[in-house]
Design a protein around this ligand. Structure first.
Ligand code: GLN
Length: 498
């Protein structure tokens, strides 16, 4: 097997067994990604810094030191800031506003994966300030779906999903505010998990909607995700909403057998809830078929399927598209050409400088959201929109708790269709908003959600199965997905040409 084909766990074992060195793998991947630049997955690389980190990892490994991630390459969605003094990687959030921005520090997630010995290859393309579902809102051009270059990789972590699917990297970080890890993972046929809100620190994650933003890994398998999540999560005093819990070993949780389970029935006793609202008539037939077939696999492994209901699923779209822009309009006020960001070259006075700098620096989707957010927070509209949305948000979270009385895990599709064609949605942002319907509810409730490859649909494009757990139940999601991946091989498929 070639080095780029190995996932995180397998590569970690090969590095410890010295069948390959981190320096060799890093060189191999750097060469590979320069020959696949057309994919648009990467925004920046620093070969020198990566090779220095690889040599340090090799030195540790040669002494028998290091853990499962030592020497394994990774790259970060360009929403995470990375210390420019350590590697010459700008932190842009996919925006012209932050073109060339040199961060003076590492995000906690970046620092933790670095401390675990991972080798940072670079920064990955994404929608501007993580706003989007197709990576088409990046100021630096689209990323292509490795399964079909005419199709989008999903978003906003499109570069992360595309890079893992194309085997340019064994794993990548992503962020998920309303689906941005799960949906691109589904569109590109890779595995991704958004943990419970608060599990990964938001420190150094360029803020979109602070009450929703959460980091997570994208990788080939549940096992690989578990390894990364263990290293990147944990309490951080620098994030006021960080969950105060002891460090978690998600890999051990993923492996731990269920009571009553057997080798043939590893999921014996697991109740999987299927919300009827996740299987509407409008769900694309190819997606429905792949998801149903994968649910049948889970049944063979011992799980029981139960019908549940999330009656406010449709409302999660207006609720999210009020709350997220409201928070974004506040978070993005710091990009004013003074504190942060692009400054217009010519201006009459201070107000003109703000106006021109923001007009030039932000793209159309970001401007749209700043306007919507400012509107719903303004006097007279706050009660009518923002407050109502907050009340509904609580009811959506309560609906999940009602479901978890009857099931352990909730399942359904990640997205209503497979990846669409680049440019297909034209100038209609509503189309993309509506496609977020199955990922938004868990985001609004702050619950962990996962996307697991579940076969292929129209035009041979991947389909993802979504698994949603109760708070801090990441271990159960990973266990379920791992059992499925022991019995199926969708997650091992590689697009032609890669
Ligand atoms: N597609 C959603 C949006 O555009 C979600 C984005 C995200 O999770 N960052 O807001």
């Amino acid at each position: 097997m070639k080095a780029h084909e190995l996932g995180v766990a397998a590569l970690g074992r090969a590095l410890h067994a010295k069948t390959v060195s981190s320096t060799e793998v890093t060189q191999h991947l750097l060469a590979r990604l320069s020959s696949h630049q057309r994919q648009g997955a990467f925004l920046a690389t620093d070969a020198e810094a990566a090779l220095a980190a690889a040599r340090a990892a090799d030195a540790a490994l040669s002494k028998g030191a290091g853990g499962a991630l030592t020497g394994v390459p990774v790259a970060h969605k360009d929403i995470f800031v990375t210390d420019f003094a350590k590697s010459a990687l700008p932190s842009t959030a996919g925006s012209k506003m932050l073109e060339g921005y040199a961060s003076p520090f590492d995000a906690t997630v970046v620092a933790r994966l670095g401390a675990a010995g991972m080798v940072t290859l670079g920064k990955l393309n994404c929608d501007e300030f993580a706003m989007g579902s197709a990576n088409e809102n990046s100021a630096y051009g689209p990323a292509l779906n490795p399964w079909n270059a005419e199709r989008v990789p999903g978003g906003s972590s499109g570069g992360s999903a595309a890079a893992v699917a194309a085997r340019l990297l064994p794993a990548a970080t992503g962020t998920d505010t309303g689906g941005s890890i799960r949906q691109p993972a589904a569109f590109c046929g890779v595995t991704g998990i958004k943990p419970t809100y608060g599990v990964c620190s938001r420190y150094g994650m360029i803020a979109f909607a602070s009450s929703l933003d959460q980091a997570g890994p994208l990788a080939q398998s549940a096992e690989d995700c578990a390894l990364l999540l263990s290293a990147m999560s944990g309490f951080d005093p620098r994030d006021a909403t960080s969950a105060e819990r002891p460090p978690q070993d998600f890999h051990a949780q993923m492996l731990s057998a269920r009571p009553g389970a057997s080798a043939a029935q590893p999921l014996a006793g697991l109740r999987i809830g299927l919300p009827k609202e996740f299987f509407p008539a409008a769900l694309a037939a190819d997606v429905a078929a792949a998801v149903r077939a994968t649910l049948a696999e889970l049944e063979k492994l011992g799980a029981t399927l139960v019908d549940v209901s999330l009656p406010r699923t449709e409302l999660s779209i207006p609720v999210y598209y009020i709350i997220a822009p409201a928070e974004a309009s506040s978070n993005l006020s710091r990009f004013d050409g003074v504190k942060f960001g692009h400054r217009a070259a010519q201006y009459a006075d201070l107000l003109d400088m703000y106006k021109k700098s923001r007009a030039e620096g932000f793209g159309p989707e970001v401007k749209r959201r700043i306007m919507i957010g400012t509107y719903v927070l303004s006097h007279g509209y706050y009660d009518a929109y923002y407050l109502q949305a907050q009340k509904l948000r609580r009811m959506i979270a309560d609906d999940f708790q009602a479901c978890f009385q009857h099931c352990d895990v909730i399942a359904g599709p990640v997205a209503p269709t497979v990846a669409w064609k680049l440019g297909e949605q034209g100038d209609d942002p509503l189309q993309a908003y509506l496609a977020d319907i199955f990922t938004l509810p868990a985001s609004l409730a702050g619950l962990p959600g996962m996307s697991v490859p579940a076969g292929f649909g129209a035009a041979g494009m991947p389909v993802g199965l979504q698994l949603i757990g109760n708070y801090f139940d990441e271990g159960r999601l990973l266990h379920t997905a791992h059992a499925l991946q022991q019995a199926t091989d969708f997650h091992t498929r590689v697009p032609a040409g890669f």
